[in-house]
Design a protein around this ligand. Structure first.
Ligand code: GAL
Length: 687
């Protein structure tokens, strides 16, 4: 499938898309502002706007009374400048009349407290009334704008998240469980419910997990999270039904989220099944640039990791549907972007597969919680301030580099991030409470490749059915592993693949039940080892790994390994397992499976991945030489490669080019040899 098959309107686009959330419904009493907006949009080459995201009260001020006139005008204005509207369904926040008349629409917390009207994202996904009202407004929007020239795409709701524990949701949960298990006996078995007398007699006794009730059945906790994903997708499917029917050719997206603290994508939902229901992936990227706790390149590696996850979900270019042109308002500290950072941040996402750069928001709100959040147009309503000029420069940059649109990322390396695994592992009581660090570990393995300018696909378990395109697959800390996944990994290696797994792998099945018989047989065959124990260290304690004559630190987790066919590459230096295997290699079929027994620092990961595996497997690296802190990523289209070069340091750096190249941003030819790159400098080079 071509990347644009789901997105026919984009296939015809000649531009890279640039724009943002546009909320004119906040400015209806300021009629002059619309004219300024249109002038400013043209000035910054903005062509794409998400409209109506939180506009329900402006669209239906009283039940059944619809006021589309203002939106007609906005859609017409966008069309008048040849722009695109990403038209939103307004379900993420609702008018007061709706909650007042139909209290069932608000959520109930896990403590069974009924929420009041207010905020946003506070609606029950089960409520028939909410579904009905959403269905009506979505139907009307689709009917009214189906032939509008500005209609480019649908933005369904906003950043779906959260859960509801009301009676309607309990009933849906029980029905879902019954569908999954068939009999209560099967559920009891899957939940190991004989423990603490937790056996159920019938599905009617099952309650969603809560701090004030049941929280100790791990299988139940996991199922509740799965159900929350299912229920959210079910609600989303309900939202899109009239839209699909009335506008079958218009693509649908929902803005997914990232979490830079974790670091990973948002894990309140599992995006892997959700992505299958969405035409085009978009996400909201808010990297905390210029913080005081990590180098800029480290923040950039987190952004890259999330971009790679979102690109890999559909193996296609995606949208940055929100980002800020300056600062946000919800970080503990909200820094302004330094000069150069806005262009850098933009190219950082283009480099990993984004084709669309949009902002939250176009015009800064006058009041309420987001009045201090960065926007393209500030309260001064001026095109002269620094942020506006930065956006204008980025608008021009996107025009200059538009030939990169639809180019693809070809990765020979895959790193797995599995949200369900995170849910199960975080719930596990044992190991160490504060150093589980699944997300940081996946990111650390990813970063070993990113630091070497090697493209990585961040895969989800559904991709295991065919891994043949990858030369290396890394599966860090896959605590929960199905028999199916084990078989798929075996097949991958048997056919010549290289697999790397680590400590805390393959402990439980999909019900969070421990495998009986120790380290699973299939993994023993694959890795040629059996894990007999996992030592958990206090944060200050250290072991060591001796690898190729050098000692590396091992900390937090050390797996004790028995050999059954594997070769030992590294050994522990101390404790009761001193001299025992820590790093192993096993030939299986035509491929090789490696096991990293302990948590290590970045130095060891760099050594094993870059100096050893990348070399021996001949993984492609860009021909451009760049110092640490300068990233080089590639995208390919019709046999042509585009190199995205970004200086993530606060100093001038020097690159070395193998031959003359053209910089798409400036149009200039850059000669072979050494080339200076200023602080935060960016280039997009092609041959
Ligand atoms: C996003 C949200 C936007 C806006 C933004 C502020 O999470 O979708 O509506 O609130 O954050 O950064």
């Amino acid at each position: 499938m071509k990347s644009t098959d789901n997105f026919p309107k984009y296939a015809n686009e000649k531009r890279l898309l640039h724009g943002g959330d546009y909320n004119p419904d906040q400015w209806l009493k300021y009629p002059n502002i619309l004219e300024d907006d249109i002038r400013f949009m043209k000035q910054v080459n903005a062509n794409t706007f998400s409209v109506g995201i939180f506009a329900w009260a402006a669209l239906e001020p009283r039940e059944g009374e619809f006021t589309f006139g203002w939106l007609d005008k906005i859609m017409d204005s966008i069309a008048s400048i040849g722009g695109n509207a990403i038209l939103a369904t307004p379900s993420a926040a609702r008018p007061a009349w709706l909650s007042q008349k139909y209290p069932e629409v608000t959520r109930t917390s896990h403590r069974r407290e009924k929420m009041m009207h207010g905020g946003r994202h506070n609606h029950c996904f089960s409520s028939p009334v909410y579904r009905e009202k959403v269905g009506i407004i979505n139907h009307k929007l689709a009917e009214r704008y189906k032939d509008h020239p500005a209609l480019f795409m649908w933005h369904i709701s906003n950043e779906y998240s959260g859960e509801c524990h009301c009676a309607l949701c309990q009933a849906n949960f029980r029905a879902w469980l019954e569908g999954k298990y068939g009999t209560i006996d099967a559920l009891n078995d899957a939940y190991w419910a004989a423990f603490w007398a937790h056996l159920y007699n019938d599905f009617g006794q099952v309650e969603s997990p809560s701090d004030i009730g049941e929280g100790w059945i791990h299988g139940l906790n996991l199922d509740w999270k799965r159900f929350t994903t299912y229920m959210t997708i079910d609600f989303y499917k309900h939202e899109i039904a009239p839209i699909r029917e009335i506008t079958p050719d218009v693509a649908i997206t929902n803005n997914f989220m990232g979490d830079f603290n974790a670091p990973s994508v948002f894990t309140g939902l599992d995006y892997a099944p959700f992505a299958k229901e969405i035409d085009v992936i978009s996400w909201d990227a808010y990297p905390p640039w210029h913080n005081d706790y990590e180098p800029t390149a480290h923040t950039a590696s987190k952004l890259a990791f999330m971009n790679d996850y979102f690109r890999t979900l559909k193996d296609a270019p995606f949208l940055i549907l929100e980002s800020t042109p300056s600062q946000v308002n919800w970080q503990p500290v909200n820094r302004a972007k330094r000069p150069g950072m806005h262009a850098l941040s933009t190219v950082a996402s283009l480099a990993h597969g984004a084709d669309v750069i949009m902002y939250f928001q176009w015009r800064k709100s006058r009041g309420s919680t987001e009045k201090l959040h960065g926007a393209v147009v500030d309260h001064d309503n001026s095109p002269e301030n620094r942020v506006f000029k930065d956006v204008e420069d980025v608008g021009q940059l996107l025009v200059n580099v538009s030939e990169i649109r639809h180019s693809r990322t070809i990765s020979q390396v895959a790193v797995m991030f599995d949200t369900e695994n995170l849910w199960a592992f975080d719930n596990a009581e044992g190991f160490s409470r504060n150093s589980k660090k699944y997300q940081q570990t996946v990111h650390a393995h990813y970063k070993a490749f990113w630091d070497a300018n090697i493209s990585v696909d961040v895969i989800t378990p559904d991709k295991c059915a065919d891994l043949s395109r990858y030369k290396i697959v890394v599966i860090p800390m896959q605590y929960m592993m199905t028999e199916k996944m084990m078989g798929e990994l075996q097949a991958y290696v048997k056919n010549g693949g290289t697999l790397v797994a680590t400590y805390i792998t393959g402990l439980v099945n999909e019900s969070d039940l421990m495998y009986l018989g120790g380290f699973p047989q299939k993994l023993q065959e694959l890795f040629g080892i059996a894990v007999t124990e996992t030592d958990t260290l206090y944060p200050s304690q250290r072991n060591g790994i001796l690898y190729e004559g050098k000692q590396y630190e091992a900390f937090d987790y050390c797996a004790v390994l028995d050999l059954c066919g594997a070769e030992v590459l590294g050994t522990y230096t101390s404790d009761f397992y001193a001299n025992g295997a820590a790093i192993t290699k096993h030939t299986y079929g035509k491929g090789t499976a490696y096991f990293i027994g302990a948590r290590t620092g970045a130095d060891f990961l760099a050594k094993i991945y870059r100096d050893y595996l990348v070399e021996s497997l001949n993984i492609t690296q860009p021909p451009i030489q760049a110092p640490p802190g300068v990233s080089v990523q590639a995208r390919i289209k019709e046999g042509k490669t585009y190199y995205f070069i970004i200086n993530y340091t606060e100093e001038k750096q020097t690159l070395t080019l193998p031959y003359d190249m053209r910089d798409l941003i400036t149009g200039k030819i850059i000669g072979a040899g050494r080339h200076p790159l200023p602080e935060y400098g960016v280039l997009i080079l092609t041959e």
